[in-house]
Design a protein around this ligand. Structure first.
Ligand code: NAP
Length: 242
């Protein structure tokens, strides 16, 4: 049987690394990218034949080149996953910080998914996955750009789902919305947070959602409760937490 092929952007740590390892175990050939090459090389060492590595800064608006290169080296691709993301506490509301977050979470994301969608249009099928967040559903006073960028991602993916439906194309778009997962992005604050999912458990659930071509998935499932509360509670209550 032909190997399935996937590209994972932001594979050097956390959720992107976990998904990469899971797909590798499931027999995928993978093209992985991020800035920390040494970490990508550790994944390659596990199965050199099945892993293509490309060190890349995805905040630079040259992601079309990155995706083209990985597609060429993999000789085609079935699944493209955007896991790169940053969130920076910005109590002073410094514009340069907001711009840094948006460059990766908005511009880099948009370039990867538009390029992926257009590639799959030509190919006639495909699957795009993005890791947004439960944060996509509410504003945040201490890191406004993070939550706003995640709202953009979730909305954008829904738009592309509508587009694929209208075009009657079998292009699937999966929006993964984690609550808290135990990765570096929590910056050592794990103990101050609640419902922090172990990384392995989160990645297992994400891989199942990918296999099932789910539209939206909460990681872990209980975060759907928070999503519902965000929708029904008045802002005067919600603002006490954000
Ligand atoms: N963990 C959580 O609680 C949680 C909750 C909700 C959503 N998420 C989302 O999940 C995604 C993955 O985050 P994570 O939790 O796995 O954190 P992480 O371990 O910090 O992973 C972030 C990934 O983004 C990559 N990245 C950062 N800047 C980049 C750049 N300029 N160019 C290319 N890649 C870059 C990093 O690679 P390099 O530094 O090597 O470039 C790394 O591979 C993010 O979008 C995050 O917002 C996480």
């Amino acid at each position: 049987m032909k190997n399935k092929k996937a590209i994972i952007i932001g594979a050097s740590s956390g959720i992107g690394k976990g998904i990469s390892l899971g797909l590798l175990e499931n027999g995928y050939k993978i093209g992985i990218s991020a800035r920390r090459k040494e970490r990508l090389d550790e994944i390659k060492k596990l199965n050199p034949e099945m892993v293509i590595v490309k060190e890349y800064d995805s905040s630079t608006e040259k992601n079309d080149k990155l995706i083209n290169l990985l597609i060429e080296k993999l000789n085609g691709v079935d699944l493209i996953i955007y896991c790169s993301g940053i969130g920076i506490i910005n109590k002073e509301l410094d514009y340069s910080i907001e711009k840094k977050v948006n460059n990766l979470n908005v511009l880099g994301f948009t370039q990867v998914v538009t390029h992926a969608f257009n590639y799959f249009l030509k190919k006639g099928e495909g699957h795009i996955v993005n890791i947004s967040s439960v944060a996509s559903e509410i504003g945040n006073g201490i890191s406004p750009s993070y939550n706003a960028s995640k709202a953009y991602q979730a909305n954008y993916l829904q738009g592309l789902r509508f587009k694929a439906f209208r075009m009657k194309m079998p292009i699937f778009l999966t929006d993964v919305r984690p609550g808290f997962v135990d990765t570096d992005i929590l910056m050592g604050n794990k103990d101050k947070l609640f419902w922090v999912a172990p990384l392995d458990k989160a990645c297992q659930q994400i891989i199942i959602a990918i296999e099932r071509k789910r539209k939206i998935i909460y990681i872990t499932k209980r975060w759907k409760i928070i999503s519902l509360l965000i929708k029904i509670l008045p802002e005067r209550i919600i603002r006490l937490f954000f």
